[in-house]
Design a protein around this ligand. Structure first.
Ligand SMILES: [Zn+2]
Length: 268
């Protein structure tokens, strides 16, 4: 029976899941997970995410091009992505954004394609999944230039302060929190900042996620991350809020279903 856990950010298309992808998806409900959102980072992975979403009712998909991968993006590929997004199993555009930490694509290209993909999402009224790393100021300046995002979106794997979180919320975005909220021994200051963000934002704006196979939470750090481990991130959020795990999980699920317009009742 499905529980109330939702993982709003997975990359099960990753080759690290080649051995057991089917098994992981089939055991989602056993692990208390109602549904997951499988996120593409370029055209092939967006196609794979969508195929998973078409195959399994407990999987939804997001299509788009990650800032790392925009160096290979062109108009033809963007048109192909737009075609994929017409599928009703595609519930968001992303992940898109700016990453000035790893700089795997030239910054001017990151900015150009971030804007183009934002305009696409705005035109089709879909929420966006934002990847922003060491570029919060630059990303917010671009986002604020559009005024607001009526379909909303999520600042995924948020790792900044309250002031920054409030600017995303003012634009209509949610804040995605995953494994890093559990890393208290490694980086106590960053974790305290995240806990403060979780505590002080309106609860309705929070989402839980794994970003699997990356960012494995404590106490399973060191292993490959997977959707079942979203319970540790959600437990971290619940501790910060001083709420029960069940109440937190249920609320986060409602937040995710409201944002991505997922009516998962029909899927159980
Ligand atoms: Zn991701």
């Amino acid at each position: 029976m499905a529980g109330n856990l939702v993982d709003t950010h997975t990359h099960l298309w990753d080759k690290r899941f080649d051995r057991d992808r089917q098994h992981l998806i089939r055991s989602l409900h056993e692990n208390g997970i109602a549904w997951i959102l499988e996120v593409g980072v370029d055209l092939p992975t967006s196609q794979k995410s969508l195929t998973l979403a078409e195959t399994y009712p407990q999987v939804y998909a997001s299509v788009g091009t990650h800032p790392h991968d925009v160096k290979d993006l062109d108009q033809d590929r963007l048109v192909a992505l737009k075609e994929l997004a017409r599928n009703p199993r595609c519930v968001a555009i992303g992940e898109i954004g700016l990453d000035f930490y790893r700089d795997l694509s030239p910054r001017p290209l990151q900015i150009k394609w971030f804007k183009e993909q934002l305009e696409w999402a705005l035109s089709i009224q879909k929420p966006v999944i934002l990847h922003v790393r060491q570029a919060y100021e630059e990303a917010l300046a671009i986002l604020e230039g559009y005024g607001s995002f009526p379909a909303g979106g999520v600042a995924h794997c948020f790792q900044s302060d309250m002031r920054t979180a409030e600017r995303f919320v003012a634009l209509g975005f949610h804040i995605g929190i995953g494994g890093p909220i559990t890393y208290s021994s490694k980086d106590p200051n960053a974790v305290e900042t995240l806990r403060e963000v979780a505590r002080n934002l309106p609860f309705e704006r929070l989402l839980g996620e794994t970003d699997c196979p990356y960012l494995t939470p404590e106490p399973v750090r060191g292993k490959r991350n997977e959707p079942a481990f979203v319970k540790y991130a959600i437990a971290g959020i619940a501790r910060a809020l001083e709420r029960s795990f069940e109440e937190t999980a249920f609320g986060l699920r409602k937040n995710a279903e409201g944002l991505f317009l997922v009516d998962n009742v029909t899927d159980r």
